[in-house]
Design a binder for this molecule. Structure first.
Ligand SMILES: O=c1ccn([C@H]2C[C@H](O)[C@@H](COP(=O)(O)OP(=O)(O)OP(=O)(O)O)O2)c(=O)[nH]1
Ligand SMILES: [Mg+2]
Length: 175
């Protein structure tokens, strides 16, 4: 129990203990193997193998110098890094990029510069994205006449409210 009678969660095992072995091949021996920056991180950082300059609004595909073989039932997802996104506007066009378990080619990242004014300069070895390895299900799609009721039904795209409005229309639209 904590000081004010709050029960703190008991950690039975350390979080995100390495649990799946992923075979990796370094196609470019000069780059490091993807690594988790801190214990508990979900994403292992990927680096660019090339120097690249991305103009405002432009995109560029960069290599990471690594190829992996994921076990069946797993996929890996290429996510942007939030620090670079916030600081310079760097993101991944197809975020998250999907790495199939059968893919044996180099993991590449399709970067985009979302900044409207400044180009982004990246150097070989810079950590530009992160790879999240996850279990995935393979669906067996079964066609039916009726899907059955649910609380949400067909409501989507802001059906529960709380969505932003254009600044120019703020206060003029009805909720
Ligand atoms: O960010 C990414 C996304 C994909 N890939 C590789 C691995 C993935 O297994 C393969 C195919 O990706 P995806 O299925 O997203 O692309 P597609 O346009 O559907 O291509 P394909 O017809 O080859 O499936 O490309 C990457 O290297 N980086
Ligand atoms: Mg595909």
């Amino acid at each position: 129990m904590g000081k004010r009678g709050v029960r703190h969660a008991t950690r039975v095992v350390s979080p995100l203990v390495p649990s799946v072995q992923v075979l990796i091949s370094r196609l470019d021996p000069g780059v490091p193997i993807p690594s988790y920056a801190r214990p508990g991180d979900a994403g292992a950082d990927l680096v660019t193998t090339s120097d690249v300059e991305i103009a405002p609004g432009e995109r560029a595909i960069v290599g990471t110098g690594v190829a992996i073989a994921l076990p069946d039932g797993y996929a890996a997802f290429v996510h942007p890094r939030s620090g670079l996104a916030a600081r310079v506007g760097l993101s991944v066009v197809n975020t998250p990029g999907t790495i199939d378990s059968g893919y044996r080619g180099e993991i590449k990242v399709c970067l985009i510069n979302h900044d409207l004014r400044e180009p982004i300069r990246l150097s070989r070895g810079d950590r530009i994205a992160q790879l999240v390895v996850q279990r995935v299900e393979h669906a067996v799609f079964q066609e039916v006449e009726e899907l059955g009721d649910s609380a949400r039904g067909a409501g989507g795209y802001g059906s529960t409210g709380g969505h932003a409005v254009l600044a120019s229309t703020r206060g003029k639209t009805e909720e």
